[in-house]
Design a binder for this molecule. Structure first.
Ligand SMILES: *[C@@H]1O[C@H](CO)[C@@H](O)[C@H](O)[C@H]1NC(C)=O
Ligand SMILES: *[C@@H]1O[C@H](CO)[C@@H](O)[C@H](O)[C@H]1NC(C)=O
Ligand SMILES: *[C@@H]1O[C@H](CO)[C@@H](O)[C@H](O)[C@H]1NC(C)=O
Length: 386
């Protein structure tokens, strides 16, 4: 072997590393094969309504980041066609039930969810300005979904939109399912009333579900307002993840509109409620660098799903408000990140994860865990870039 031919592979090897500015960038690149496998396992999974919307949100951040609410100017077309996200949106709209719920028309549409379909609402409405040849199709689908959650879904006594279609119930995940879409609709249509409604719904859900936990105030899982009783008073980590993900998106959406100057206190409330969740959950981090499935009221096995969700939130808030959320949060997020990515199986599945239907057991494949992990990677990427 000549000296030159020995040198060439070395040069090829060193070039990309030399081009990188920080060890985080190199780490990020090193996980890119894993990231692809995480994404394809999500795409391959059979999905219910909330999983369709959550997967769409993850793909938006990962593949079409310029249209996610974390981008500088996401509510108008920039000439790019967000193909991957619109493919998810299309399936959600094709599977819309006549009452307006997106992605709902599977399993005879009988799962009883009132808010879950709205989790695909933002990508559907995005079609109106990114796929103008089909603008009225996207508009009708988004309008029917908005009409369902504002005017058809049951309400609690305080006016919160129920997570269920047959009774008035608060589920912590509803904060992600329904309220970012209401805010997004308000942002795209320049409607401040809807931005305020999105904020109010987050506030009402927090009022109903916040309880004292061993590491501070956190959210319980499910309260039935119809019978005035808890269905699950446990502090479920994934539920806290959903609440934080949802409130963060509502806050960021409001911030990007012309209404922000008159809604700064709403945004600062939302961010302080996100911080409350991060503080309570991160204080409970296990020695495996994963959050316990339940802090109270259930088993405490390490759960990569909720852990990824809240690490994504930490990266986003640290990028957004570095003064309020400094290195305390990103140091923990990095530990979680390495634990979650280190646990990904040869099928690209995130593990160990809570079973998405039986919350006190582990499961084999969680579409939402796949999505949360892509959100975490997107948040990490954008934090490195900032
Ligand atoms: C804002 O949206 C609400 C709910 O759809 C609607 O009733 C109201 O007329 C809208 N306001 C404006 C200014 O478009
Ligand atoms: C970060 O953690 C240190 C040590 O626990 C604490 O003193 C400090 O107030 C924290 N900073 C923030 C911004 O939370
Ligand atoms: C999980 O919860 C169900 C319903 O509350 C209960 O019957 C079951 O025993 C629990 N399983 C574990 C492993 O805690």
């Amino acid at each position: 072997m000549s000296a030159l031919s020995r040198l060439i592979p070395l040069v090829v090897l060193l070039l990309p590393i030399c081009a990188l500015g920080s060890s985080d960038e190199a780490d990020f690149q090193a996980w890119s094969g894993t990231a692809n496998a995480i994404r394809s396992a999500m795409q391959a999974s059979i999905r219910t309504s909330w999983e369709q919307g959550t997967a769409a949100g993850a793909i938006l951040e990962w593949n079409d980041a310029e249209y996610s609410v974390f981008a500088p100017n996401p509510f108008v077309s920039n000439g790019q066609f967000p193909l991957d996200s619109l493919q998810y949106a299309y399936s959600a709209a094709v599977r819309q039930t006549p009452d307006g719920r997106l992605s709902q028309n599977i399993n005879d549409a009988l799962d009883g969810a009132a808010l879950d379909g709205a989790s695909a609402g933002s990508v559907v409405l995005m079609g109106t300005f990114t796929d103008t040849g089909r603008a009225s199709y996207w508009e009708n689908a988004a309008d029917a979904e908005l009409n369902y959650i504002l005017n058809v879904a049951p309400r609690t006594r305080t006016g919160a939109i129920s997570a269920r279609d047959d009774s008035a119930q608060y589920w912590s995940d509803g904060v992600y399912m329904g309220f970012p879409f209401i805010a997004y609709y308000g942002a795209v249509k320049n409607n401040g009333t809807l931005l305020q409604i999105a904020y109010d719904q987050c506030r009402l859900y927090r009022d109903a579900l916040l309880i004292d936990g061993p590491t501070g105030k956190l959210w319980a899982h499910i309260y039935d307002d119809t019978t005035s009783s808890w269905i699950d008073e446990g502090i479920w980590a994934t539920g806290n993840g959903w609440a934080a993900l949802g409130m963060l998106r509502v806050a960021v959406t409001i911030q990007k509109t012309s209404f922000y100057s008159s809604m700064t206190s709403q945004v600062s409330d939302l961010l302080s409620w996100v911080k409350e969740i991060l503080d309570g959950e991160f204080a409970a981090l296990g020695s495996d660098n994963l959050l316990p499935d339940y802090l109270t009221g259930g088993p405490n096995f390490g759960d990569a799903s909720s852990s990824a969700a809240l690490a994504s939130v930490a990266y986003r808030v640290a990028t957004l408000c570095p003064d309020q959320f400094g290195s305390n949060y990103t140091v923990i997020a990095a530990n979680i990140r390495d634990a979650v990515l280190g646990g990904v199986t040869n099928l690209g599945t995130v593990s160990p994860v809570v079973n998405t239907l039986i919350w006190n057991e582990t499961g084999l494949l969680s579409t939402e865990a796949q999505a949360f992990t892509l959100m975490m990677l997107s948040g990490w990427r954008d934090w490195i870039g900032a």
